[in-house]
Design a protein around this ligand. Sequence first.
Ligand SMILES: [Zn+2]
Length: 185
Amino acid sequence: MWVRWKPEHDPCPECGFSWGIAVTGAVELVRGSPARYEEAVRGRDATAPVLPGAWSPGQYLWHMVDVLRNGTERLWTIGIDPENGVPCWDENELAEVRSYDRQSVAVGLRAYERSVTGWCEAAEEVRSDALTVHAELGTISASDVIRRNAHECRHHLVDIQKAPVPEVGSWSDSESRTGAATDAG
Ligand SMILES: [Zn+2]
């Protein structure tokens, strides 16, 4: 469930992401993700844990907003001030102080789309072999940050997809009969 810096096994056994992906492919993966997240989140109960003890789709969504915002800042650091290095952050502490569980899912989808736009811009601006120092991991390159974020993007989409899709039930059946719903299911 938790995404380490780099999968211990390549490709990642949970989501199939390969660390060998080209940097441009990783950027495209993230660029195309907002529609996938929207479909995955809207088709499920966004507030119920995807599995017992796990985050809800809404919490994963807000986590990804912050992953890409933080990733954008890391890419800017590599491009603008690499000597500064990048600090660590704790995703659970951030989830707590940002109250992911009480944030609007609709706003999260907007925030996610905007964070993807900014991240893609930063990923395309930076030289992929440019380096900085991560507080725990040591020297990292822009391509490491890009692949890491692209992996999280795919991995957490798969996490969200673990949540059940509600059966087409009486609500949409009755709506369909009245002709009110055109896209039930
Ligand atoms: Zn994975």
